[in-house]
Ligand binder design. Structure first.
Ligand SMILES: Nc1ncnc2c1ncn2[C@@H]1O[C@H](COP(=O)(O)OP(=O)(O)OP(=O)(O)O)[C@@H](O)[C@H]1O
Ligand SMILES: [Mg+2]
Length: 434
């Protein structure tokens, strides 16, 4: 077997809450760190600096004693609840932040696709950023030239390719970042939850492209809350829980472990400062109500509301608001999505500084089962906040059709009003039954 592409050895990362240990968790810093990585970039070593014994309450261990290796050509998933340490791990591997203890060694040219806002220089055009990234990855101008059209086509940024990145919408930004990372032939690709941003068509193309990248023998570390995508792409996965590895092994078993052990703390939205989005508005809490009372148990066909409490920071008005609430199964496959303006409820401006957006479903069209919620909020087409995993809800089988009976849960998740008719050859009969 080939030597490992990634070796992670007793890695730990401690953050001090309140004290901005941001170092360069920012845009410019990320670019600098990319540039700072040796161009030959074949072996990068991040080593333990110092380890203060004086732990106190204002300290968070985002990673603790994390050890694992990834063989060249392997595609490994990393799953875990909000705040488990997934992004921190990828940030250390891509050199954006330093570990507190332990080490991570990477053998090969790395491209990383982290949160929106890292990896590109905002003042440069899309075109210049493509060439800059290619150069950092050790490609010649000729090689990048040959890939260029494919990158732009995949990203669908069209004429914006000659516009500075800072004018891009978050969707365009992610599309170009993904396209660059996937086409510029890195040996190792680190991907953090890109699929959460962007529309369904783009997500589908990303998955297809990632399948190709994986099949071409590249090493991939893939972080996602979309467990179906992880299952499809990764043979092996690591489960993180509060910074520790709690399981590592075949993906199906990892998903099983994760669903059984780590999803029991309800609608923990994680740290808003670490979530994607511009952040002028942030969700502060997400919960379900039925009959005016908060609940985690809803009933098929019953009345249900999902409430999204938000807080606006700053004085700028939040205009042209699009709120999207998604229901998925436990694997993260979308089942039902409510989008205010598309369903006829425009929100021209969000009242501030705090408020609640209530999404009311008079007759919940979901069969008995367990579902997960996700939500995002855009203003003027820019993502402000995105909660990839906003908690879990149980729906109890109910009398959706008013027949005193219910559809078995294994018939699938969706219920819809419908009728049956029996049409005789000569006379079109009326509705069957009642
Ligand atoms: N720069 C920082 N300063 C302080 N705390 C941080 C910083 N970055 C991350 N943390 C904290 O470290 C922990 C791990 O965060 P991380 O972003 O790695 O989680 P994650 O698994 O990626 O979560 P999510 O699924 O929400 O993306 C969290 O408690 C987070 O609040
Ligand atoms: Mg993350």
């Amino acid at each position: 077997m080939s030597r490992p592409a990634i070796e992670i050895d007793h890695l730990a990362k401690r953050y001090r809450i309140g004290l901005a240990e941001e170092l360069h968790d920012t845009f410019g810093g990320a670019v600098l760190s990319w540039l700072g990585s040796p161009l030959s970039n074949l072996r990068r070593l991040r080593r333990l600096s110092r380890f203060d014994p004086g732990d106190d309450a204002d300290v968070i261990w985002a990673l603790r004693d994390v050890t694992f290796a990834v063989a060249a050509g392997e595609v490994v998933g990393i799953i875990g609840a909000n705040g488990a340490g997934k992004s921190t791990l990828l940030k250390i591997l891509s050199g954006i932040t330093e570990p507190t203890a332990g080490r991570a060694v990477i053998h090969g040219r790395v491209a990383s696709l982290l949160e929106v806002g890292t990896g590109f220089h905002p003042d440069l055009t899309g075109r210049d950023n493509v060439y800059l990234n290619g150069t950092i990855l050790g490609m010649s101008k000729g090689e990048i030239d040959r890939k260029f059209d494919e990158i732009v086509d995949f990203a669908e940024v069209g004429t914006f390719i000659d516009t500075p990145i800072k004018r891009y919408s978050s969707g365009m930004h992610v599309r170009l970042a993904f396209s660059v990372a996937a086409h510029l032939e890195p040996e190792i690709l680190l991907i953090d939850e890109v699929l959460a941003v962007g529309d369904a068509a783009f997500r589908k193309r990303c998955l297809g492209k990632m399948g190709e990248v994986a099949a071409s023998g590249r090493t991939v570390l893939f972080v996602s809350h979309n467990l179906s995508a992880v299952e499809r792409l990764c043979e092996r996965s690591v489960v993180l829980d509060h910074g520790r590895i709690v399981f590592a092994g075949p993906t199906a078993a990892a998903i099983d472990h994760y669903l059984r052990h780590t999803l029991d703390d309800g609608a923990a939205l994680g740290d808003p400062q670490r979530r994607p989005g511009r952040g002028r508005v942030r969700f502060t809490r997400i919960w379900a109500e039925s009959g005016g009372a908060e609940t985690v148990h809803l009933t098929s066909g019953g009345e249900a509301s999902i409430c999204l409490a938000y807080r606006i920071s700053g004085a700028q008005p939040i205009r042209k608001v699009r709120v999207r609430l998604g229901w998925t199964n436990l694997l993260g496959d979308p089942l039902l999505t409510c989008i205010n303006d598309l369903s006829g409820f425009p929100i021209p401006q969000l009242p501030g500084p705090e408020g609640t957006i209530r999404i009311h479903l008079p007759r919940l069209p979901l069969n008995a089962g367990t579902y997960r919620l996700n939500a995002w909020l855009k203003s003027e087409r820019e993502i402000e906040d995105l909660v990839a995993e906003a908690g879990e809800l149980t729906v109890a089988g109910g009398d959706f059709y008013g027949t005193g009976m219910s559809i078995p849960a294994d018939c699938g998740p969706l219920l819809a009003d419908h009728s049956f008719e029996v049409l005789a050859p000569s006379t079109a009969a009326g509705p069957a039954g009642r």
